[in-house]
Design a protein around this ligand. Structure first.
Ligand SMILES: Nc1ncnc2c1ncn2[C@@H]1O[C@H](COP(=O)(O)OP(=O)(O)OP(=O)(O)O)[C@@H](O)[C@H]1O
Ligand SMILES: [Mg+2]
Length: 232
């Protein structure tokens, strides 16, 4: 579904990715794991066209990926960044409507109604401003916005960061529900248990490359890989 071939990328003169390759498969969840600063977020930003691809190739559904962030989103990839990027001055309703208007179409699977069914909590907060939400509610809003783009691939950067355990559990269950609908996902996570209980496939990033790939079950059983590359 999404294939990265030996990509190189970084920030200006600072190179971060040195020939990183990975593949996310249709209908599955790929977890990208790795220590702080390994290059996980850089990988996602490069996929989304937010950082320039210095060399290598990225294919989405067999075709070279678009260049501009908006075109990439339009082509079917939704990205929920670490910063969640909701509009603080807009209400929950407005945050959702902006995306629904831009990406909705007749026959779209994800509508306002359906995202509020998935996250009833947001329905109770529709008139609240973005800044009045708890961290968990902000994450729900960010995911809801992603879904309203009606993506075929949903990419999440550290969806559990800073959240209380009970909210982490809720987000876990919602992502499991989404997985059951057949939605393909890439999840970057520091929370090893969360990531490996949801994901089918795992890619470990270290020093700007993928240093290990396998299944969730394999990495759970491989303490050496966990110790060497994740510090678990
Ligand atoms: N805006 C930036 N300008 C320059 N260097 C950056 C920038 N953002 C990140 N870096 C550097 O790029 C490297 C990879 O960062 P990246 O954010 O991809 O790591 P990460 O794997 O997502 O880590 P974390 O788990 O902490 O989120 C780090 O050395 C980081 O310091
Ligand atoms: Mg990161």
């Amino acid at each position: 579904m999404l294939k990265l071939n030996a990509i190189q990328s970084g920030y200006g003169e600072t190179q971060v990715l040195y020939g990183l390759s990975l593949e996310a498969l249709q209908g599955r969840i790929l977890a990208i794991l790795g220590r702080n600063g390994a290059g996980k977020s850089t990988t996602l930003k490069t996929i989304m066209g937010l950082l320039p691809l210095k060399s290598g190739e990225i294919f989405f559904e067999g075709k070279p990926i678009a260049f501009q962030p908006f075109d990439i989103a339009k082509s079917g990839i939704a990205y929920v960044p670490e910063t969640r990027d909701i509009f603080p001055s807009l209400s929950v309703r407005e945050n959702l409507e902006i995306v629904a208007k831009r990406f909705g179409s007749s026959g779209a699977v994800w509508t306002m109604e359906r995202v509020l069914e998935l996250f009833p909590r947001l329905g109770e907060r529709l008139e609240n401003g973005g800044t009045q939400l708890s961290g968990g509610e902000q994450q729900m809003l960010a995911i809801a916005r992603g879904l309203l783009m009606n993506p075929r691939l949903l990419i999440l950067d550290e969806p559990t960061e800073g959240l209380a355990p009970i909210i982490v559990k809720l987000i876990h269950d919602k992502l499991q529900e989404l997985k059951n609908t057949g939605l393909s996902m890439i999840i970057v996570e520091q929370n090893f248990g969360f990531a490996t209980s949801l994901a089918d496939d795992v890619a470990v990033v270290g020093k700007g490359k993928v240093v290990w790939t396998g299944s969730s079950g394999e990495i759970r059983a491989d303490e050496e890989v966990q110790h060497t590359w994740l510090g678990v």
